[in-house]
Design a protein around this ligand. Sequence first.
Ligand SMILES: Cc1cc2nc3c(=O)[nH]c(=O)nc-3n(C[C@H](O)[C@H](O)[C@H](O)COP(=O)(O)OP(=O)(O)OC[C@H]3O[C@@H](n4cnc5c(N)ncnc54)[C@H](O)[C@@H]3O)c2cc1C
Length: 470
Amino acid sequence: MNNSRSTNVAIIGGGYAGMAAAVELVARNIPVTVFESAQQLGGRARGVSYNDTQLDNGQHLLLGCYRETLRLIELVGGDIGQDFLTLPLQLDLHNHFSLRAPRLPAPLHLLIALMSAQGLSWGERIKAARFMLTLRNANFRLDRLPSLAGGITSDLAGVVGQPSRMASSSIRGARGEGSSDITVSALLAQHGQDADLTLKLWEPLCIAALNTPISKASAQVLLNVLRDALNRERADSDMLLPRIDFTALFPQRAANYVEMHGGKVHSSCGVEAIVPKEDGIELVTASGTETFSHVICAASPVVAARLLRPIAALADTVAQIDSLEQQPIYTLYLQYPAHVTLPHPMLGLHQRYSQWLFDKGQIAAQHGLLASVISAEGIHQELSQDELAQKVIAELREEFGIAEQPHWLKVIAEKRATFCCSPNLQRPAQQTALPRLLLAGDYTAGEYPATLEGAVMSGIKCTSAILESL
Ligand SMILES: Cc1cc2nc3c(=O)[nH]c(=O)nc-3n(C[C@H](O)[C@H](O)[C@H](O)COP(=O)(O)OP(=O)(O)OC[C@H]3O[C@@H](n4cnc5c(N)ncnc54)[C@H](O)[C@@H]3O)c2cc1C
């Protein structure tokens, strides 16, 4: 069992985490079998067909700093230049705020962007730029920030930015992000980022990156994303908008790659039980049982907890998964006449239900198709889907003069889109108490919030752990 010839790995779940692990393993000649319960691969980032139109279960955005995801997309045959519309960092809140990064080296591009941002007073621009420099000097580590010397953990949430917008508002490292983590609200208050600056800049950034309101969000995890997006190469802050759907972008190509390298991918084949045995780990599916040397459980947290619960040795892991709160993401797709466009491929709205709008005509030649994204918990959840759609249609009319009614619309409410990324979160490690049973998924231990890159990195960590054990 301890050499690569007797190694055969099962992966439960064909989302981004599971397919990343599968690709990395077959690329090293390790036999792999992927079990995916759904008909289609992709999980929480999957293509959805509606009214003969290709949609996704939610409009996603990648950042240039998602290096592992982009590397794997290319490894399995993707072409970043063709698959994405790439925009330099820009944040527009229609008629209220505009920040655009010039094509200059980091972090100069960001400082210039902040100092020239429209919709902020000079004082606010200076405060924002000074804050960024302070973060940079502290290497984006909370415990190195001057105001946090000595490990202040008090929570000043509520001082800034309440209520939020429209909202009422390492492989072994189970310990989230250090003991001095605080909320984003608290961090902003400590660094003089006033309410206007917070509403226009930091809160939209935080919700987009962490899918968690600033009053609940981990400051350290936000800093991890800012560090990687804003402080390395300029291209790391690029925003990549996919021109093809999220199943086609990576998981389907990854499945083709796995099969070409001798692996197997079984769709519509959910795993019903994981049974550790002396000579391996047995998986039970509707078609029977099969034994593997290693299993990577890359299902969503709720399913992972259900599958692991009967295994007594994993009680602590299951307790950690059970304690994760979830946050929703709503996406409304509206098909208008083909001539309807927005001023930019992607732009935000200030103090509206729609947080971000995407013009799929400009992004993917789906003319007249607009997507409105509402991330994290908020008062939109109190409305029916019809009521919410009417609010969004009214916003589009008031903000952009779109007088027509959409031909059709589709609301996709992902109630458990991501875990709530709160301070000092105890995320389960990839390695479990059973050395040959590993966990992958965006919710497992890592520096990133629930993102495609976090999911992919977790799959790669599982692969490395298996390879090291052989
Ligand atoms: C609406 C929305 C918008 C988002 N926007 C962004 C964004 O802009 N940028 C970004 O980086 N991230 C975004 N995310 C987050 C990102 O989609 C997730 O972090 C990522 O897809 C999680 O991948 P995963 O592989 O960890 O889990 P999942 O995608 O949940 O994959 C788990 C897989 O396991 C399968 N499965 C479940 N049960 C079983 C079983 N019993 N047997 C076999 N298979 C099983 C599921 O069908 C699924 O395919 C968004 C998420 C949502 C929902």
